[in-house]
Write a protein that binds this ligand. Structure first.
Ligand code: AMP
Length: 304
């Protein structure tokens, strides 16, 4: 595969987080940051995003150390996108306390890489931005397009999201988002309805309750990796999506069996993200630790 074969568009953020176990005011976050970091364990991606002049160099070098290409990350005068979130006793539910769009409002993604990417992940960002990037790429050359979204965009931009859905191969959302998107309470019905709008593959994340994969007519359900302690769930979903795309790009396949392994890897890498604040746990993570936990996960999922 050539360079820039996996491209991730999404947010790069400075988060303020409150969990029952602690509080931090400036944590490196954003959907593209988590997704790209996670993908880099399998395949180093390029990020398309925007940051303000206040974006710390330390955050930038964290990504560069993982061979993540930042040449399509624009720096604009002003402040980086900021998100303030809180989790109560139910760590599956993030409450958004404040969203400061800041320079994110100027994001008009430009892909001027030499090659059209083969794998594209439209991570959680304004669907207008997701469409703008899709418009610039020659579809026949892209092998696989996946997208993520969240309540914020489902409530404010449902019509644009329908346009995104019509042009992608896979949607990855959590259970609440799938229900909000389709107004169906059954997740199976919700997934089928989403497939009816475009993507052949739908992945529904259920936090600590695991994940459902709908791949055409085929279907896989996996539990979450059972962790005794979850410290900060922020970024688990983006980590999951990024891992999926990194694995698919590395294998260069999207058949059902490859997808099952990708979903298992996504589950395992996300289980590391939630052990510490922000990207702290991923920073020291190695592929052999991931594989070791994957083996334990395989044992847990086996029915004798
Ligand atoms: P997750 O916990 O995987 O759903 O993602 C958390 C990350 O999403 C945080 O680091 C936030 O900076 C980022 N985020 C929060 N709100 C938005 C939004 N409206 N659009 C894109 N990214 C967001």
């Amino acid at each position: 595969m050539g360079k820039n074969s996996l491209v991730i568009v999404g947010t790069m953020a400075i988060d303020a987080l409150e969990t029952p176990f602690g509080k931090e005011d400036s944590v490196f976050g954003g959907s593209a940051s988590y997704a790209a970091y996670a993908a880099s364990f399998f395949y180093p991606p390029s990020i398309v995003s925007i940051v303000g002049e206040d974006f710390p160099n330390e955050y930038r070098s964290l990504l560069e150390k993982r061979q993540i290409d930042l040449s399509h990350v624009e720096v604009h005068a002003g402040h980086t996108f900021r998100w303030r979130g809180r989790y109560g006793a139910d760590l599956n539910v993030a409450e958004t306390l404040e969203t400061q769009i800041n320079v994110l409002g100027d994001l008009h993604p430009r892909w001027n890489g030499k090659q059209t990417p083969e794998y594209l992940f439209l991570a959680n960002v304004d669907p207008k931005v997701q469409l703008e990037l899709l418009d610039q790429l020659e579809r026949p050359r892209i092998k696989f397009v996946a997208a993520d979204t969240m309540n914020f965009w489902i409530q404010s931009s449902r019509a644009l999201l329908s346009k995104v859905l019509a042009r992608i191969d896979m949607l990855v959302v959590n259970d609440g988002e799938a229900r909000l998107l389709t107004r169906e309470s059954s997740l199976i019905r919700a997934a089928r309805k989403i497939q009816g709008e475009g993507p052949n593959i739908v992945v529904i994340k259920k936090g600590e309750h695991g994940v459902m994969l709908f791949h055409g007519e085929r279907f896989l359900v996996l539990p979450a990796y059972p962790l005794e302690e979850v410290f900060d769930p922020t970024g688990a979903g983006d980590t999951f999506g990024g891992t999926l795309l990194g694995y698919l790009a590395r294998e260069d396949k999207t058949d059902f069996d490859t997808f099952c392994r990708a979903v298992a890897y996504g589950t395992v890498v996300a289980s590391f993200t939630v052990e510490k604040f922000g990207l702290d746990r991923l920073k020291s993570l190695t592929l052999s630790e991931i594989n070791e936990r994957l083996n334990q996960f395989r044992q847990i999922c086996k029915i004798p």
